[in-house]
Design a protein around this ligand. Structure first.
Ligand code: SF4
Length: 260
């Protein structure tokens, strides 16, 4: 996409500026696509891109990424010119050095460590070498065949699938969001970005905890694996709430407040 096309799309009065900053990027489940420039851009590009542009092992994918960076650079340069600002090589080097320092500090924070550990815990839960999934599938098949009263196998299956999708979607989401929130705090968080990032991390944890509770109910024989995971995530949620006490009250544009 070129800048002119982007400017035309951004002129849409129905868009909510910054709505994509504090969402979970689960666009397939989002009802705000019509008000989101990121979604509109992706939709516009999707129709023009060949399938190989989505394949990380294909040159077309990296050409697309390169084009996005070139567009971003063009916009930054235009902004600097408009504001009468210049960026020297020394500015960039100093910023990069500071970023490295901040990142190293953020990585050591207990919340980041816990979010990172959570990724492995989830992988271990799904990688556990037992027949729980086969047994569950067999059980639902039998429930359906026997038309057992009080059971709704299709609904149970749908709920199970949803719980797995939720957990898997947020498995890798928490760490970068918590890291961004902590990094924003180090930067002084002038615009409340840290609270916004912490809020979407908290929402992701709320949903993940709900999904884990459903898995716990469906797989009682896995309680020994599931309970420690639930406790780990609950502790992380409380820690993030403690570090960012205003995060829950943060109003995310377009998501927590009515559109203007
Ligand atoms: S606001 Fe919704 S449509 Fe836009 S990027 Fe976020 S999840 Fe996707």
């Amino acid at each position: 996409m070129n800048k002119q096309r982007l400017d035309e799309m951004a002129d849409n009065p129905n868009l909510v500026p910054g709505i994509y900053n504090y969402c979970d990027r689960w666009c397939e489940r989002c009802t705000h696509g019509a008000r989101c420039l990121t979604f509109q851009m992706e939709q516009a590009e999707a129709g023009q891109l060949p399938p190989e542009a989505h394949d990380v092992n294909n040159a077309a994918f990296w050409q697309r990424i390169g084009a996005s960076f070139a567009l971003a650079r063009e916009m930054i340069e235009e902004f600097l010119k408009r504001e009468g600002l210049t960026l020297t090589a020394e500015d960039l080097a100093a910023t990069a050095a500071q970023e490295r320092l901040d990142h190293a500090r953020v990585k050591k924070h207990p919340c980041c460590r816990a979010a990172h550990a959570y990724i492995g815990l989830v992988a271990a839960w799904f990688g556990a070498d037992d027949d729980a999934w086969l047994a569950k599938a067999h059980e639902l098949e039998q429930v359906a065949e026997l038309r057992m009263p009080g059971r709704a196998p299709r609904q149970e299956f749908a709920e199970l699938r949803d719980a797995v999708e939720v957990i898997r979607f947020y498995q890798y989401f928490l760490y970068p969001k918590i890291a961004r929130a902590l990094g924003g705090r180090l930067d002084g968080d002038e615009f409340g970005d840290a609270d916004g990032s912490a809020k979407i991390a908290l929402i992701a944890m709320d949903r993940s905890l709900g999904a884990w509770s459903r898995l716990l109910a469906q797989f009682p024989e896995r309680e020994e694996l599931t309970l420690p995971l639930l406790v780990h995530l609950e502790k992380l949620r409380r820690a993030v709430e403690h570090v960012f006490p205003k995060a829950r009250a943060f109003l995310r544009p377009g998501l927590d407040e009515p559109a203007a």
